[in-house]
Design a protein around this ligand. Structure first.
Ligand code: DP6
Length: 405
């Protein structure tokens, strides 16, 4: 490769995932090893995705080292131990390939130029780190032509952000806590592909809140250190729920899936209230959403929707496509007409639905609270894992581009 001026490039997109059994607590904060297993639904990339191009070239200046540009802004890669950990593991895998086959170009010796864009609405306040690290790991693994499986690579993405390991695959994904100290058995596994239960939909109610939430890393460390409820959650509550929700997914049993999802969200937020001093992620608008989901299910006479909340006030409402009328119709009749985000492939399919369960069946204060507190929604569904894409955010000559070509 000496004297080569070639620029090597590979690009990938990766999805967001929303946990139904939450990861909250680390037993090792450097390797991001969790205190309990977790399970999530991978969301369609038609609505939300991270897009990353990884490139390397002997022509890139060695003194600049590896570089990362995120949403057109250069990042200080040296300040992110998590990014450095991912790059170092991926490079070591490439080096092994090169050592075994000396005819391969020595990409592991070249600086990396990584460019990433995500399409999340800026006001959405959605954590982008899971999709971001999954896209970074997938793009570099493609660049280096690594033979490792998605599950193997999830160990690397996990070091970027715990929840990122679950964005390495589509459908219904478990992150097994593992027992080994080196973290080699703490990885993501597919429970079922998206095609097993493709009718799953997710309505994200974006809560307009100016308050900055306690970052999840800080919040979970405080919970582990101070909550008296936490050990029961990690040791007893979650292991039983993991088994039960996997069975519900295999059997496509929505009422069971929904009840476990809601109970786990509530249990996770209970450990936050039990943290000392307490951490609050839910606000009045979140509580209105909780009340309304229970009211909708009561009025329907069966469980047709379920809420879950991460480390912030946004509600994610899971439901099955066949219940679009009763679920989407009800939320559409509650929310303001000018609410943003009802577009896209999933929104187009329910455009004609304007009303669902009669509002007189619902708590009027909760109806008012939700109406005032939500200006944006994202309507999406279960989707596929990271995808290889042929357009790049770095030109053939190595220049950083604003859009993929
Ligand atoms: C509430 O994966 O963001 O969303 O590993 O410190 O980067 P770090 O934390 P992160 O935590 C996600 C917490 C959660 C639950 C979940 O996604 O399982």
């Amino acid at each position: 490769m000496a004297g080569s001026t070639e620029v090597y490039r590979a690009s990938a997109t990766a999805p967001v995932n929303i946990a139904v059994i939450k990861y909250w607590g680390k037993r090792d904060a450097v390797l991001n090893l969790p205190t309990n297993s977790s399970l999530s639904v991978t969301l369609s990339q038609s609505s939300l995705r991270a897009y990353t191009t990884a490139s390397c070239s002997p022509t890139y200046p060695a003194e600049a080292g590896d570089t990362l540009t995120l949403n057109s802004k250069p990042q200080d890669i040296q300040a992110s131990k998590r990014t450095l950990a991912c790059l170092s593991d991926l490079r070591a895998l490439r080096r092994n390939l090169e050592n075994a086959n000396p005819s391969l170009p020595k990409l592991s010796a070249c600086p990396l130029r990584i460019v990433s864009e995500n399409n999340f609405p800026t006001a959405a306040g959605l954590a982008s780190s899971a999709a971001g690290f999954a896209a970074l790991v997938r793009a570099i693994a493609n660049l280096y032509e690594l033979p490792q499986s998605a599950s193997d690579l999830s160990r690397i993405a996990r070091q970027g952000s715990g929840s990122a390991c679950r964005s390495m695959m589509g459908g219904y994904v478990a992150w097994r806590t593992g027992v080994l100290e080196d973290g080699s058995d703490s990885l993501a596994e597919e429970v079922a592909p998206a095609s097993h239960w493709p009718e799953m939909r997710a309505l994200i109610l974006v809560v307009s809140d100016v308050k900055k939430d306690v970052p999840s890393t800080t919040g979970m460390q405080a919970t582990v250190a101070t909550s008296a409820l936490f050990p029961t959650r990690a040791e007893t509550v979650v292991p039983a729920r993991m088994t039960a929700i996997e069975t519900a997914i295999i059997n496509r049993d929505f009422p069971a899936f929904a009840e476990i999802t809601m109970r786990d969200s509530n249990n996770f937020h209970a450990t936050n209230l039990d943290t000392w001093p307490p951490t609050f992620y839910l606000n009045d608008v979140s509580r209105a959403a909780i009340r309304l989901v229970h009211d909708i299910n009561r009025a329907a006479g069966e469980t047709i929707c379920a809420y879950t909340f991460d480390a912030g006030p946004n509600a994610v409402i899971y439901y099955l496509e066949k219940e679009s009328e009763r679920v989407i119709g009800t939320f559409r009749s509650i929310l303001k007409a000018e609410t943003q985000g009802w577009d896209g492939v999933f929104g187009d399919a329910v455009k004609h639905i304007k009303s669902g369960i009669a509002l007189e069946n619902l708590d009027s204060r909760a109806v008012g609270g939700l109406r005032e507190g939500i200006n944006t929604v994202i309507l999406t569904g279960v989707g596929e894992g990271p995808l290889k894409v042929d357009k790049h955010l770095v030109s053939e000559a190595g220049e950083i581009l604003d859009r993929a070509i």
